[in-house]
Design a binder for this molecule. Sequence first.
Ligand SMILES: Nc1ncnc2c1ncn2[C@@H]1O[C@H](COP(=O)(O)OP(=O)(O)O)[C@@H](O)[C@H]1O
Ligand SMILES: [Mg+2]
Length: 189
Amino acid sequence: MDKKELRKKILTIRNKMTVEDVENNSRIIRNKIINLDIYKKSKTVFIYMDFKNEVTTSILIKNMLSEGKRVLVPFTDSVNTAIIPSEIFKESDLVLNPFGYYEPKNLLSVPVEEIDLVIVPGVVFDKNLNRIGFGKGYYDRILAKLKASAKKIAVAHDFQLLDLIPTEEHDIKMDILVTEKRIIGMDTS
Ligand SMILES: Nc1ncnc2c1ncn2[C@@H]1O[C@H](COP(=O)(O)OP(=O)(O)O)[C@@H](O)[C@H]1O
Ligand SMILES: [Mg+2]
């Protein structure tokens, strides 16, 4: 199957998940992340705001803010099809947009070189840490600009992880993938 067919297949399954399954998986995944050394060491974390049954991130964000980590979330610049990492200091710096996910009320952009860790969403992944997103390349473009020492941790429900998916030159690989059932790529940490 090509990227487009794989997206459709996996999104159909994800869209049918119950809130309970999403929450259960998200809790397990969050606890695994919190225990990773890479997470503990990271001071500035760029993390997505979940949308339509993606692994949820709000509790992880609360944890990071209370621990004193710098938290950056995506500010969507749809004109340039770009996401701008924007700093938040408290939950109330976020507002629900018409698309159904939270965004920072105000853009407070932070240079990409300051990011130590990115928590990356996605639609389909494989065991070689390849990723397929929604098809606009937003994450490929921003991840390509990270400093060399920055890490990329993807999170997904286990059914989103396949053996092998198609990739293109511009696709950026993850360092670690965490699902509720397994962690892939720990040897690279
Ligand atoms: N680093 C990049 N520079 C320019 N264009 C890019 C870059 N990364 C991805 N793109 C473009 O974004 C589009 C979508 O990429 P694709 O990998 O299919 O999406 P996704 O990663 O969201 O599944 C492609 O047309 C691709 O050419
Ligand atoms: Mg891609």
